[in-house]
Design a protein around this ligand. Structure first.
Ligand code: F0G
Length: 471
């Protein structure tokens, strides 16, 4: 990745002589991309009801729908797949997984699950319930949904800078500790079973500093509350700490991760992100009583405690992935390549959430398409245009996703974004150069884009299945 294009001070390489940051891997196995024309894609879009979740993935050229489970595994991980031992109990694959997890996250109990939301479901079934409040910097949708499904309330306490797409702040995922303290006093400490911090946060892949985690820990200690991390993208968060936080430039990423772990009492994890695997996750915690209750639920819904909802081979893939994801060469490339896309778009005048986060670039559709009202879904219109023009699949994060209230009425979302999430180790710089070219082309003719109207939608989670037509 050439660092020259608008490289912000946060992403400057520390490599000495040559400035180009290359993909730190060679490609041993390839997956062909089927080329399509704009006319073909217009037809596919109409068939899909202008909902990109309804497309056949073979009709997508560059798939930036999610960075979850879409990464490329290494030769070591594939070797682990062969090595996978499928013993029902006590598989050696389990012990290799356990070692890899606890090397970074030395919690007393590690409970494997088939993915992150299964860990959330189990945890909140045990500690949630009516009348309870779970504070976080930003709850991810499935976390919020699992909290609410238990009857509890999910409350976001993000710093003010984190709510504004254009404000530059090095740790825009930080928790507002004053708001957290006030919430605890207002709702009563007995109603708050745990405080959560999502690293990096789910409002832009923005990092949380160690100083902020320490401040959250202090609040938790003041009230005797446990602190849990939603650690899906922990390695990306650790890299930002190394790059941006005073005193950590020379610290190793594994040491930074262990410092985050030492401040927490537990974690939920999706192995589909920073364990570099296609499936998997875990719940880890220190509390013996909670762990016992969680294991009992695990056996009910996921499986025996040494495999959770996974095959032994999946545990091997995560074990190897955890060792690779904390390597400097990987993280330098990973964070730089996301910024490469974002910086080029910012340079071209395309409005984006800034600074560019770890796993995705978020286009600000409200700013790019001021002529499309929120209830005509500017994010959906932009996402469809990127697919039609260039075969790029992103994801609307705006009024389609958040705008419908339980009574069926609609309100505009706080932001109208299109997320372009970058799968790990999958696309090369020329793929990203193509994405930049397409987005610049679409942005240049933004005033020609029209809004959308919903013709059919379900009662909940409508963004997955709703059908649209252009206004
Ligand atoms: N927490 C965060 C911060 C996430 O981003 C996700 C998933 C989860 C928890 C749940 O993990 O998918 O393994 O059950 N995020 C994906 C995304 C789906 O596209 O951002 P999971």
């Amino acid at each position: 990745m050439a660092p020259g294009i608008g490289a912000s001070r946060y992403h400057r390489s520390r490599m000495d002589r040559w400035h180009t940051i290359i993909e730190p891997f060679r490609i041993k196995s390839v997956e062909p991309i089927r080329m399509t024309t704009a006319d073909e894609r217009a037809g596919k879009l109409a068939e899909a009801g202008h909902n990109l979740f309804n497309l056949h993935a073979d009709d997508v050229l560059i798939d930036l729908l999610t960075d979850s489970g879409t990464g490329a595994m290494s030769a070591e991980q594939w070797a682990g797949i062969q090595r996978g031992d499928e013993s029902y109990a006590g598989s050696p694959s389990w012990f290799r997984f356990l070692d890899a997890v606890t090397e970074l996250w030395p919690f007393r109990h590690v409970i494997p699950t088939h993915q992150g939301r299964a860990a959330e479901k189990i945890l909140f079934s045990v500690i949630g319930g009516a009348g309870k409040v779970i504070p976080s910097n930003t709850h991810f949708d499935t976390t919020r949904a699992n909290v609410e499904f238990s009857g509890a309330e999910a409350v976001d306490c993000i710093i003010g800078e984190g709510r504004s797409p254009s404000v530059i702040h090095p740790f825009k995922g930080n928790m507002d500790t004053k708001a957290l303290d006030a919430l605890i006093r207002q709702r009563g400490v007995e109603n708050i079973p745990v405080v959560f911090v999502t690293i990096t946060n789910s409002g832009g892949g923005q990092p949380v500093s160690l100083a902020n985690l320490r401040a959250v820990r202090e609040v938790c200690d003041r009230y005797g509350l446990p602190l849990f991390l939603d650690a899906c993208r922990f390695a990306e968060n650790a890299w930002f700490i190394k790059q941006r936080e005073e005193g950590y430039a020379d610290a190793s990423v594994p040491d930074i991760v262990r410092e985050m772990a030492a401040l927490a009492d537990g974690m939920t994890m999706s192995g589909k992100k920073d364990a570099l695997a296609n499936i998997g996750g875990w719940l880890a915690l220190n509390d013996d009583r909670w762990a016992e209750q969680c294991r009992n639920l695990l056996i009910l819904t996921e499986g025996f405690p040494t495999y959770g909802g996974l095959a032994g081979r999946d545990l091997e893939a995560m074990a190897a992935g955890l060792r690779e994801v904390v390597q400097d060469d990987y993280l330098r490339y990973r964070i730089r390549s996301t910024a490469y896309l974002g910086d080029a778009l910012v340079e071209a005048g395309v409005p984006c959430v800034q600074p560019i986060g770890g796993h995705a670039v978020y286009l600000d559709a409200a700013a790019l398409l001021p002529h499309i009202p929120a209830l005509e879904y500017p994010g959906q219109a932009l996402a469809c245009a990127l697919y039609r023009e260039g075969g790029i699949r992103g994801c609307e994060i705006g009024t389609v996703m958040f705008g419908m209230r339980p009574d069926g009425s609609e309100v505009p979302a706080a932001m109208e974004l299109v997320r372009l999430a970058i799968p790990r180790r999958v696309y090369t710089q020329s793929h990203i150069d193509y994405v930049i070219e397409v987005i610049r082309g679409v942005a240049a003719r933004a005033d020609e884009l029209r809004g959308m109207r919903i013709v059919d939608q379900p009662a909940a989670l409508r963004h997955f299945t709703a059908r649209f037509e252009p206004v």
